[in-house]
Design a protein around this ligand. Structure first.
Ligand code: FBP
Ligand code: MG
Ligand code: MG
Length: 327
């Protein structure tokens, strides 16, 4: 039987887990194609988010395959606590089994995000550590084409799903840094901090504003789809903290969303921060912790941080009149 993924460029100790993820991704892609009521509400997860049928199907499916592959610890968006699957295993894996759940019923792009660490003695020590200690990270995207982007700390590899599994398309993905596209959920404008508003205001002002450039905007409500677009054609993504109750640390989860996407983005030549500080330098303090998240082309992510460095009262004056930061 053909392997679910071409393992030539996958480090040997990670091959069983990567084969399980690839086989699970192919199975989930087939399940999505089959249709049915995959967006039905079936429960609530640890974070208080409503669980849809496909969230639970994806969690069950990956957990079963990773159990069979000998994984030691499994932490999932859909599980309150990390699970010990195989006491003899050497790896710990965190997963967002189904990312972009609000897109299920509209047949828009969704994904799976995963992050791999060496297993420590306990689940707590395996996952609650600096994000830079990941030894693998990636996502599977279920869109018009199904693909996997993955890094093992030496560049980003791109695989596409065909009839005989995931096959290598590009052994070293690099992100273009010349796009003038930003992604943010603009319906939250009134809740944002002044630096975030000022950054977006200056993008929206186009050629007449301090940036003297016209920008385009996208919001897909799917972190995986947004990441795939930015890896392909550049740009910047922001999910900042805001003033809504429960959004003091933004919406996205550090362990199984932001840390793995940050590693992929840096390995493709970009940057990822919490708006100010590098994500990979941060300590993960709880399984379902959230963090503000900004990533994309290095120059654009640095510019967002620069807006945060200025005293609030100076933001508009500096950017509006003196135009310190030209595009
Ligand atoms: O609905 P909002 O606030 O725009 O948030 C969209 C974000 O939420 C998410 O859907 C959260 O992921 P889940 O679907 O895994 O909960 C991200 O993929 C996306 O970036
Ligand atoms: Mg998600
Ligand atoms: Mg999810």
């Amino acid at each position: 039987m053909t392997d679910a993924i071409d393992t030539t460029r996958i480090p040997v100790p990670l091959r069983p887990v990567m084969l399980a993820l690839a086989a699970g991704g192919a199975e989930l892609a087939a399940r999505i194609r089959q249709g049915g009521d995959l967006a039905a509400q079936v429960g609530t997860n640890a974070d208080g988010d409503g669980q849809k049928a496909l969230d639970v199907i994806a969690d069950d499916l990956f957990r079963a395959r990773l159990t069979a592959a000998g994984l030691r610890f499994y932490a999932s968006e859909e599980q309150d606590q990390a699970l010990e699957l195989n006491p003899a295993g050497g790896l710990a894996l965190a997963i967002d089994p189904l990312d972009g759940s609000s897109n299920i019923d509209t047949n828009l792009t969704i994904g799976t995000i995963f992050s791999i660490y060496p297993a420590a003695d306990t689940a707590k020590d395996s996952f609650l550590r600096p994000a830079r200690q990941q030894i693998g990270a990636g996502y599977i995207i279920y869109g018009p084409r199904c693909a996997m982007m993955v890094t093992f700390g030496d560049g980003v590899q791109h695989y596409a799903l065909g009839p005989d599994g995931f096959r290598l398309v590009d052994a070293r993905v690099t992100m273009p840094d010349c796009s003038f596209e930003f992604a943010i959920n603009a319906s939250n404008y009134r809740h944002w901090s002044r630096p975030v508003r000022a950054y977006i205001d200056d993008c929206l002002a186009g050629v007449e504003g301090p940036r003297e450039t016209n920008f385009n905007m996208r919001w897909l409500a799917s972190l995986v789809a947004e990441t795939h677009r930015i890896l392909t054609r550049g740009g910047v993504f922001l999910y900042p903290a805001d003033a809504r109750k429960g959004y003091e640390r933004g919406r996205l989860r550090m362990l199984y969303e932001c840390a793995p996407i940050a590693l992929l983005i840096e390995q493709a030549g970009g940057q990822a921060t919490d708006a100010c500080e590098r994500i990979l330098d941060q300590q993960i303090t709880a399984l379902h912790d959230r963090t503000p998240f900004v990533f994309g082309s290095a120059e654009k992510v640095a510019r967002v941080a620069a807006y945060h460095d200025l005293p609030e009262t100076e933001i508009s004056a500096l950017f509006g009149h003196r135009g310190l930061f030209r595009a």
